[in-house]
Write a protein that binds this ligand. Structure first.
Ligand code: FES
Length: 132
């Protein structure tokens, strides 16, 4: 399909991208998702500065992704790995946008609580929160 109809068909499948682009162009809102969860997976050589660790970080990413799927939030919430936030001593660290809230010493067992209270309920989990 070509022309306008073809464009509409394509746009329907990637509507959230167009919404994102509209936001950039007009409203100054750059969020592609309602909540974006960044999990540090940085790993350093043995003997270097402490780090969140790739293995633990990847387990956290997987746990968040499973919770997102289980709750039917895939379009609204994204979890992904990222590099060092330079707050390594409090790791494993997780950052949630748009609030910019940082959680430290996060274990896989903490993920359902973060999802339920913060991501779904809008109330950050104070016991894990790092205040700067
Ligand atoms: S290694 Fe994770 S914050 Fe630095």
């Amino acid at each position: 399909m070509d022309g306008v109809e073809g464009s509409k068909e394509k746009a329907a499948g990637i509507g959230h991208i167009f919404k994102f682009m509209d936001n950039i162009a007009g409203k100054g809102n750059f969020m592609l998702y309602e909540k974006h969860i960044f999990v540090c997976v940085n790993q350093r050589p043995e003997g270097a500065r402490i780090c969140c660790g790739e293995e633990h970080g990847l387990k956290l990413v997987q746990a968040f992704k499973e919770e997102i799927l289980k709750r039917g939030l895939k379009v609204k919430v994204r979890a992904q790995k990222t590099g060092c936030f330079d707050i390594c001593e409090t790791g494993p660290n997780v950052m949630v946008y748009p609030e910019g809230i940082v959680y430290g010493k996060v274990m896989v067992s903490d993920v359902p609580e973060i999802m339920e209270n913060h991501i779904v309920g809008g109330k950050p989990v104070d016991r894990l929160r790092i205040n700067f």
